[in-house]
Design a protein around this ligand. Structure first.
Ligand code: NIG
Ligand code: FE
Length: 409
């Protein structure tokens, strides 16, 4: 029964499954797909005799990796914040701008005012940039609506992007991202709205796969975050958290307490919170784009994360305020240069560990039998090149669920 829909031959594989090294390398490998799933993977010499495939892809000696996964983005929004970038270059801090009514709230104004079509158009350009780099799964958060109607609109646009782009989209409800102006000085009332109205409505409409919050001095307190997480738990939704980005509020520990899929940012995370993450199986999502763009100097606790065996994922954090960036490949380079990850760790961070940060470890992120046949083909001599070069894009093929997928939206 070795009759397949497609086979990839003449490829070197970085499976991130098992293999000779940290990349899961298989030299002169072959991958076969049936019904959208990987049906066979291994050295070409070990292919079963009598195999047949409807389509043969000749990879010309290039490298196949799992399709890349961007596990933390806010890419559905309107407008941009180039003006705030100029203010920051004059000396204003991200927090000062936020407290003065700019920051996230200024993108909320632009997003509320945008039509659905505008939102879709502006967001699909950003998705197109990801597709061109071999991305086959992306997580998209709401959080620029901060009212039930606009939060729902953002998540609907996110679902529409999935339908039009041959990519899996995981949606995350981030109603607790910032305090909308109409709730000024009434943060607890806003959290009540998030828990009692927004989250139930969005859940009932099937628009959220997970729930996130911004636990920070300029965001929400641990107690307010816990209320949102309790509600998510009662609805059976997994949680994630923007934790310890600008200060240590023990956010990562709180996330671990709720068995979060991931805790993200983590620059100020304490050793105790790292321990809690290790025990809970919570993935650390590192966001070197935001670290770079905010000129942060405090590094996430990489050594402790490594030592405790906490899986580290990497993502763009694509958003207009702290990481206006749509290149996941650039994040590989930043993670190595700024955080001293090895190229193999960085690549595992946008494949295997990124899948785990989305609860998709049985579905994507490795080249292994049974997983969805999501692949990226690269014209490179060794996988470390993907982290080494920056501003380059050697992606020459993208395959989603076993079929050739467009590299533009
Ligand atoms: O992940 N920290 C909170 N949320 C985003 C920034 C959002 C914004 O500034 O628009 C982040 O960095
Ligand atoms: Fe973020």
């Amino acid at each position: 029964m070795n009759h397949w829909d497609a086979i990839w031959l003449n490829a070197r594989l970085a499976t991130f499954d098992s293999g000779a090294d940290a990349y899961g390398t298989v030299e002169d490998g072959a991958v076969a797909a049936r019904d959208g799933r990987i049906a066979w993977v291994g050295p070409r010499a070990e292919l079963p005799s009598g195999w047949r495939a409807q389509i043969e892809h000749d990879c010309r000696g290039g490298w196949l990796t799992p399709g890349l996964i961007d596990c933390h983005t806010h890419l559905v929004y309107a407008g941009n914040r180039a003006g705030e970038f100029e203010q920051r270059l004059q000396g204003a801090s991200y927090e000062e701008i936020a407290r003065a009514g700019g920051g996230i709230v200024s993108t909320v104004r632009a997003t509320r005012a945008a039509s659905d079509l505008d939102l879709l158009r502006q967001s699909s350009r950003r998705v197109a940039a990801l597709l061109a780099e071999g991305v086959t799964t992306v997580e998209i958060k709401s959080g620029y609506g901060l009212d039930t109607a606009t939060e729902s609109r953002i998540l609907r646009v996110a679902r529409q992007l999935a339908a039009s782009c041959a990519i899996e989209v995981k949606t995350t409800f981030l109603g607790a991202h910032a305090l909308p102006p109409e709730y000024a000085d009434r943060a607890d009332d806003y959290i009540a709205l998030v828990c009692e109205e927004m989250l139930p409505a969005i859940h009932a409409a099937g628009l959220a796969d997970a729930v996130d919050a911004f636990c920070e001095g300029i965001g929400f307190s641990p107690a307010q975050t816990a209320r949102v997480f309790e509600k998510a738990r009662s609805l059976g939704l997994p949680v994630k958290l923007h934790a310890d980005q600008l200060s240590d509020l023990s956010g990562a520990g709180l996330a671990a307490h709720y068995a979060a899929l991931s805790a993200d940012h983590l620059e100020y995370t304490s050793p105790a919170s790292v321990d809690a993450m290790a025990r809970a199986g919570t993935v650390a999502v590192l966001l070197p784009g935001a670290y770079y763009f905010l000129r942060e100097t405090r590094l996430p606790p990489i050594a402790a994360l490594r030592e405790r065996g906490v899986p580290m994922a990497l993502a763009t954090d694509c958003n207009p305020g702290t990481s206006p960036c749509t290149s996941l490949l650039l994040m590989l380079n930043l993670a190595c240069t700024l955080f001293r990850l090895t190229p193999a760790q960085a690549l595992a961070g946008v494949t295997r560990h990124a899948a785990q940060a989305l609860g998709l470890q049985g579905e994507a992120g490795r080249i292994a039998v049974g997983l969805r046949a999501d692949l990226a083909l690269w014209e490179i001599d060794r996988p470390a090149e993907l982290a080494y070069a920056f501003g380059a894009n050697p992606c020459v093929g993208r395959y989603y669920a076993g079929t050739v997928a467009p590299v533009s939206a």
